[in-house]
Design a protein around this ligand. Structure first.
Ligand code: NAD
Length: 484
């Protein structure tokens, strides 16, 4: 059933709540399938926070994952009052687990809003960039900002992962879901990268879809989707929506893929109210472990376990209380026994896909991933906190820059132009973006001119941050305001 001679080293983190019961079930089933795994059992989550380690992940766990490069993880809670950070986010960032793969497939016999529709698709979510970079600042006492950082390298890795995964799973179509119609530079970067990379995969259909329409289509016609690649926040939302279509988070598996490390986990949390009662449904972690076995090249054992768990669920006789009448439900142990007993059985209505090894994408590690031949500074945006109205602030800044090489061209408030003139009825806040450009026919500004203009403005106003307006290879690299 497996490569009997190969022993795989895997870090296992039982985690919190129901985690240890799920992990115990999964380890028994994998052992019964004949796969040899040397498990390195490690701590993470609640128990670690309570020891005073604020990252939730101790050094021994990090060293183990760095050694084995493959981890199976139970849910980790973020106890309020112990650690500030999420241990899950710590692990994702530590090992640059840039791609989150969340398959959504209807399971026969499971009651769900979309049962019978043959839903079977995978969301591939960028996992480390976007608004989740955690770069947040209060800019004024009443105005908050979170930077949405997306890189060409980050987009390219996750997009290539989605195409490679589509090939490995024998899928035909890859959608890229973005909000590029509004965020032309960040979400637009993902769309443009997708369109370029798609040319290297002529065997696969590729299509861009606006994320809000994607959510709508997922509910109207979910059968049309095969693979959806998307940015971090979009993916967070639509992958939960996807899980809801076919029976909820309790059945949803996931993989977190990095350049060197892969970590597999159920989507659900630690379910503290049912922990320790031997009633948790281990299916989500089990299906995550099936993804792990494929990652380890154990395709046959993966198919045996997958077929058996689907058969057991469809048969409907030995189900945990979340899937059946609690008075006639089975325990976690009984369900686990049945899955092992049913090795070799298959559903008549559900076929395991034919999987090949995934060819992991490799991109250059250099930090200056995109290089240009020319660049210039066309001006600067200086963000100012001020209780003045737009007209008074505009006149004041114009006067302060009277004999400066840079002049005030416009002021906007949360993206809407309010100075020198505007038809917009903007309910202004005390956060103003003053756009400065060179006077006359000069097309470029210098760092020295920007510093001097900033110093002048600072004599009367509180500036909060500045952004250069740059052009790369002659292309303006900033967004125009609404109304500009
Ligand atoms: P949860 O997923 O733990 O529970 C939501 C509901 O689903 C509960 O009613 C629970 O009993 C049920 N449920 C979940 N998994 C189940 C399973 N396998 N079998 C049967 N029933 C199941 O979500 P929550 O209550 O919001 O979170 C609890 C804790 O888990 C929090 O500390 C949270 O931070 C953490 N969490 C961790 C992860 C992770 O590690 N990836 C994910 C989500 C939540």
């Amino acid at each position: 059933m497996s490569h009997a001679s190969v022993t795989h080293n895997v870090t296992v983190m039982p985690g919190d709540g129901v985690g240890s019961e799920c992990v115990a079930a999964v380890r028994r089933i994998i052992a019964a399938a004949g796969v040899s795994i040397a498990w390195e059992e490690c701590e993470a989550g609640g128990v670690v926070f309570r020891k005073g380690i604020s990252s939730g992940v101790p050094r021994e766990t990090i060293d183990s994952i760095a050694r084995t490069r493959v981890a199976l993880k139970g849910p980790l809670e973020t106890p309020v009052g112990y650690g500030e950070r999420s241990a899950n986010v710590t692990l994702r960032k530590l090992f640059e687990l840039y791609g989150n793969i969340r398959p959504t497939r209807e399971l026969p016999g499971v009651q769900a809003p979309f049962a019978g529709r043959q839903v079977d698709f995978v969301v591939v979510r960028e996992n480390v960039e976007d608004l989740y970079a955690g770069i947040e600042h209060m800019q004024t006492p009443g105005v908050a900002q979170c930077l949405k950082l997306m890189s060409r390298k980050g987009c390219e890795k996750v997009i290539r992962l989605a195409f490679e995964m589509a090939r490995a799973e024998g899928r035909h179509r890859v959608h890229c879901a973005t909000k590029s119609n509004i965020m032309k530079l960040t979400e637009g970067l993902m769309k443009r990268t997708f369109e370029e990379v798609a040319r290297e995969y002529p065997d696969l259909q590729s299509e861009h879809i606006i994320i809000d329409n994607c959510a709508h289509q997922m509910v109207r016609y979910p059968e049309q989707f095969d693979v959806i690649v998307t940015s971090n926040l979009n993916g967070d939302i639509i992958s939960d929506l996807a899980a809801g279509l076919v029976g909820g988070l309790g059945l949803a598996p996931s993989a977190n893929i990095g350049n060197d490390v892969a970590m597999f986990e159920a989507v659900h949390g630690s379910a503290p109210t049912i922990a320790g009662k031997n009633i948790v449904n281990p299916t989500a972690l089990l299906l995550s472990a099936v993804m792990m076995l494929r990652h380890l090249g154990e395709f046959e054992a993966a198919a045996t376990i997958e077929n058996s768990v689907i058969f057991t669920i469809e048969l409907g006789k030995t189900l945990t209380p979340d899937l059946t009448d609690p008075d006639h439900a089975a325990s976690t142990t009984q369900f686990t026994d049945k899955v092992i007993e049913h090795f070799g059985r298959k559903s008549d209505h559900w076929k395991a896909r034919h999987y090949h090894a995934l060819n992991p994408p490799r991109v250059s590690p250099r930090s200056d991933y995109v290089q240009v031949k020319s660049r210039s500074i066309a001006g600067v945006d200086i963000f100012v906190e001020s209780p003045l109205d737009a007209g008074a602030l505009g006149e004041s800044v114009t006067a302060l820059l009277a004999d400066s090489p840079l002049r005030l061209t416009s002021i906007s408030n949360r993206g809407a132009v309010v100075y020198p003139s505007s038809d917009a009825r903007v309910d202004c806040v005390d956060h103003w973006r003053c756009r400065l450009m060179p006077r006359g026919n000069t097309r470029e500004a210098t760092d020295a001119q920007i510093a001097e203009a900033l110093a002048r403005i600072a004599t009367k106003h509180a500036w909060v941050h500045i952004e250069k307006l740059q052009a790369f290879d002659g292309v303006n690299a900033w967004a125009a305001d609404a109304g500009e």
